[in-house]
Design a protein around this ligand. Structure first.
Ligand code: MSP
Length: 517
């Protein structure tokens, strides 16, 4: 793979105070799809996920559970690692912020910032939210019940007064604004970029980057009384994983061509603090930060106190992995908030997957098995109708590239389904079942056109639904080395006479349990 263009994609690293839920699964899936797509498209890809294990929030949760922080972290980090496997994720690395490689990277970054005069010692007095692990200005707070003050996220805040090191964030305002202007794709979607720009235009305060009131974190080099602010620690994971402070190997190869996928609640950390830390250390800021929206459950905000948290494992057991992957990236325009409902899930599963896509493949493959001796049929002259469907299929890759590069997963899937629907329209018009007696040569052509279209569709759906698409490609006898996007053309079309295995349905329908009503 040397010489191939590189692509680095990261999930946020997840706090180990909690169990994995639908929000974690969503970000990780979105990263997996783009990682798979880019690999199929010939890129040298690195896909990173992991866990954020330090800070007061984790320390407090451990205390409440009667565990040492590292014990809690070990236990819960394993759950996130396991989730990545269950989601079928193709991550190349899983980072834990309690690893040595990460402490080394954080301390090296800190030393570099100190050396460049970007960090100074002072004292912090102000509001802090442990739940958000964030400092808030008085003007940002909202009124809670009984005269209490809350963070803008609704999280409790406490007054903190302690010695602290500060990062000269205020000095980076103009250079950040220049970055947003010169690299308009650095933050997506555009609405988030605007939000970030107006926050920065509103003026930046120096940022407290160390704490002295607890112990669970990475010590500040040369001043053990201070623990690094958990967000400085956490964000650094993205360069730890490419080998920082060594800037030759992985770093030189993958940085800064990176996409940080994040939820909308953590854009400020990724699109303001992180690029400022990097630039201040003389390192390049990330190529792009993309923020997705939040899921609700049957119209309701998801919260532990309401008890409506969606467990991704239950979803997968109920509907199937590829079905859940498809639904999550199809249902909601990526970047917007969306609602999970059983009804919407079943509609997509039964309508688009089982009926539109699954039936098309199943009908065509069974006709080929019955009428063409179980081998790829031999096409004769190609009609205009045939050409139109084939061209729609071959044209798909360009559309997918455009949509995926802008993280518009729903548009990529819609483009694929335009071809699925065109395939169904074509079968109805050409009615190959009626041609068996009247014109078997034409029947063979129609079935070949359809089989070739299914090959293209299955190539296209691989990043979204790897297992089902793989099974479809197996049924078309497409070998493993011909599933990458260099084969998305007519040169690699199905060869007449290739023996095909017996067809099997790939997308089951969801049948409601009558007893459960
Ligand atoms: N540890 C930090 C990230 C550090 S990255 C250097 C963190 N962790 S988290 O576990 O709380 O959150 C992880 C992600 O889950 C965030 O991107 C957040 O937006 C996402 N979600 C949490 N609830 C969600 C929904 N209900 N819906 C969609 N995503 C949501 O933040």
């Amino acid at each position: 793979m040397t010489g191939a263009a590189t692509f680095y994609v990261t999930t946020p690293i997840y706090y180990v105070n909690d169990k994995p839920h639908i929000g974690h699964a969503y970000t990780t899936l979105a990263c997996d799809v783009i990682a798979r797509f880019k690999r199929l498209d010939g890129f040298d890809v690195k896909f990173l996920t992991g866990t954020d294990e330090h800070g007061q929030k984790v320390e407090k949760s451990a205390e409440a559970a009667g565990l040492a922080p590292l014990e809690l972290a070990n236990r819960n980090s394993a759950n996130f690692r396991e989730l990545a496997g269950i989601l079928g994720c193709s991550n190349d690395d899983f980072i834990r912020t309690t690893e040595d490689r990460h402490r080394i990277a954080c301390q090296a970054l800190w030393n570099e910032l100190v050396k460049r005069g970007e960090i100074y010692l002072g004292a912090y007095e102000g509001w802090y939210s442990v739940r958000d692990e964030a400092f808030y200005g008085e003007d940002e707070l909202i009124a809670g019940t009984g005269g209490t003050k809350l963070a803008p996220t609704g999280a409790p805040v406490e007054w903190v007064k302690e010695p602290s090191y500060f990062f000269r964030l205020s000095a980076w305002q103009d250079r950040l604004l220049k970055w947003y202007e010169e690299q308009p794709d650095c933050v997506g979607p555009a609405s988030r970029r605007n939000e970030v720009m107006s926050f920065v235009k509103g003026g930046l305060q120096d940022l407290s980057v160390s704490r002295t009131s607890f112990k669970w974190g990475i010590p500040v080099p040369g001043d053990d009384a201070h623990i690094m602010y958990v967000w400085l620690d956490a964000l650094t994971n993205y360069i730890t994983a490419v080998g920082y402070p060594d800037t030759s190997g992985g770093y030189a190869r993958y940085w800064p061509n990176v996409l940080h996928m994040v939820g909308k609640d953590i854009v400020r950390f990724h699109a303001v603090y992180w690029p400022a830390f990097l630039m201040a250390a003389g390192l390049a800021p990330p190529r792009r930060v993309f923020a997705h929206g939040w899921w609700t459950n049957e119209g309701q905000k998801i919260s532990k106190s309401v008890g409506n948290v969606i467990d991704p494992l239950t979803l997968i057991e109920t509907y199937g992995l590829d079905q859940v992957r498809y639904f999550m990236l199809r249902e909601v325009p990526f970047g917007n908030d969306g609602d999970f409902s059983h009804r919407a899930m079943v509609n997509r599963m039964n309508g688009e997957l089982a009926n539109d896509y699954g039936n098309l493949a199943q009908r065509v493959l069974s006709m080929i098995a019955k009428n063409c001796g179980g081998t790829v049929p031999s096409p004769g002259p190609i009609s205009d109708d045939d050409r139109e469907l084939l061209d729609a299929g071959y044209g798909l890759l360009g559309r997918l590239r455009e949509a995926i590069d802008r993280q518009l997963y729903h548009e990529a899937l819609e483009a694929i389904w335009v071809v699925v629907r065109a395939g169904n329209g074509y079968v109805d018009r050409q009615a190959p079942w009626g041609l068996k007696k009247t014109d078997p040569a034409r029947m063979a052509t129609v079935l070949w056109v359809l089989a070739e279209t299914i090959r293209l569709l299955a190539l296209a759906t691989q990043p979204f639904m790897p297992t089902s698409s793989g099974r479809m490609l197996d049924q078309l006898a497409v070998s493993a080395d011909r599933r990458h996007y260099g084969c998305f053309d007519s040169v690699n079309a199905l060869k007449a006479g290739t023996p095909l295995p017996a067809p099997q349905g790939v997308f089951p329908r969801f049948v409601e349990d009558a007893a459960a009503g």
